[in-house]
Design a protein around this ligand. Sequence first.
Ligand SMILES: Cc1ncc(COP(=O)(O)O)c(C=O)c1O
Length: 269
Amino acid sequence: MRLKTRLIHHPGSVCEHTGAVSPPIYQVSTFKQEGVDRNKGFEYSRGENPTRKVLEEYIADLEGGLDGYAFASGMAAISACFMLLQSGDHIVATEGLYGGTFRVLSRVFQRFNLTYTYVDTNDVKAVERAFQENTRMLFLETPSNPLMVITDIRQASELAHSRHALVAVDNTFMSPYLQRPLELGADLSVHSASKFLGGHSDLIAGLVVTRDKKVSSRIKQVQMSVGGILGPQDSWLVVRGMKTLGVRMGQAQESAQAIASWLCSRSEV
Ligand SMILES: Cc1ncc(COP(=O)(O)O)c(C=O)c1O
């Protein structure tokens, strides 16, 4: 099935009990247990919630990943990636990345002795030089916000993996409609779903998609332990928004092209 079709007809969005083509909002904290270790797959919504699960499976499918995880914001999703690391580890990150990511590293994670080096990740030689003995993550934002610096995800991932470091990509600006980092070798694709995925400026949400079982279970552990989950109402809103992602991204590209062509025709530019 083509991506645009998968966007609109994600099978998980259909309610299996009623056939409703929009998933029910399970506004619930706790699920009735039939006995000790006997339930219908859900216990407590911090761990798993059926509406959130629809969104998590939806984004995992679109990114070509194994599992998806929904968080209360893009920053909570990004922080979950950094929480895979431990004190003493070093991160190489795209210079000029989103200010909130810069802030969480300098104001929060630095206090836990995570160190980092910013580098022009467009320059793979510079990335190589920035690697240290203790580098455990390459964090890319491509295109970067706001300067639109582009990184070759495949080349950077090969380098990072040869140094036994994980690769996380902030894919907010492209969305899986235009870029799928996991297919290019990254281990984690991260989103502020508050932007293109939600699409209507009416929610704050974050997503992480993994492609490896081990990394996936560690993100799950962070999500469950720290608890920065997305609620069922907002999960539903992101699912609703994502159905039109293809149409919106197509129009955004068309409009951007028209503006760029007009600017190119102006002598003042
Ligand atoms: C590229 C990028 N990543 C992450 C974030 C943070 O996302 P949120 O505002 O959902 O926490 C933003 C927000 O502007 C962003 O532009």
